[in-house]
Design a binder for this molecule. Sequence first.
Ligand SMILES: Cc1cc2nc3c(=O)[nH]c(=O)nc-3n(C[C@H](O)[C@H](O)[C@H](O)COP(=O)(O)OP(=O)(O)OC[C@H]3O[C@@H](n4cnc5c(N)ncnc54)[C@H](O)[C@@H]3O)c2cc1C
Length: 283
Amino acid sequence: MDYFFAETLDHALQTARSKTAQGKTVKFIAGGTDLTVQIEDKLVSPGLLIDLTEIDELRGIKKEKMGLRIGALTTIAELAASSDLPACLLQGARSIGSPQIRNLGTIGGNICTASPCGDTLTPILALLGILTLNSPEGERKVPSEDFFLGPRKTALREDEILTEIWIDNQALEGNSAFRKIGKRNGQVISQVNTAVWLKKEPGSGRISDVRVSVGSVAPTPLRLRKVEQALCGKIVDKKLIEQAEGLVEMEISPISDVRAGRDYRSTVTRYLFRDALEESLGA
Ligand SMILES: Cc1cc2nc3c(=O)[nH]c(=O)nc-3n(C[C@H](O)[C@H](O)[C@H](O)COP(=O)(O)OP(=O)(O)OC[C@H]3O[C@@H](n4cnc5c(N)ncnc54)[C@H](O)[C@@H]3O)c2cc1C
């Protein structure tokens, strides 16, 4: 396997294009915390790895007039230390792996791996994150909800690089929370995770806008539209929370796997959702 350090985005894209044309299987590598495991397990066997980690233009979190720009190579540790992130994304980042994994792993790698249990995915969906994908032809913007096509399947073409994640001011103005459960408290992959984002009308406390996403209960992270519809425009009380929890269970159809059983996942999603909702409401 060949290894190549790209110094610029253009360098990475052109190299990928020319090596693919020569018949090589090319993979981009960032922190390598997912990809090296996949190579070790022989799930992928690239002929060339293009290392993106020296491309400085893909790093960092920038607060701009209209929103937040997060470079794809920003590490999970950098996210976890940021004071600019909405709570759900901050909590999602802080829940990932160990300090070693957070120091190496990147948000771009977490998103492009597209594991249904990835802990930045549900926050990005709830925040309506927009992903910028670059290829030698230029760039395209893809709403995060259209990016995840199945377990480890995305809308990325072979020679495309995810360069940044955009979160609009509209999403930065709401309140949000993330919850995850795993087999232990630290260094653990989610059995289920969820993110809730909402905005309340000042004064009445009525929910004027809300988004709920769940992970690890379907082949891709999901928005729960029926739950959102049930909550939107309402003043939340105990009865409404119970009704919304019931809809959570109706909207998901988790499977049993090595991490958790179907029934456990269903029940626990309901309670993680309630917890995240209550935190977002400031209860
Ligand atoms: C011990 C351990 C614990 C973990 N715990 C968690 C956890 O709690 N929660 C969690 O969500 N994940 C966890 N992970 C998974 C992993 O650490 C994260 O998904 C991490 O964010 C991956 O980022 P990376 O930069 O290392 O990706 P890489 O391994 O470098 O890449 C992953 C995939 O994305 C592609 N890729 C990377 N960057 C780009 C880009 N900019 N454009 C296009 N394609 C790209 C690569 O080609 C590869 O297919 C864990 C992993 C390990 C080994």
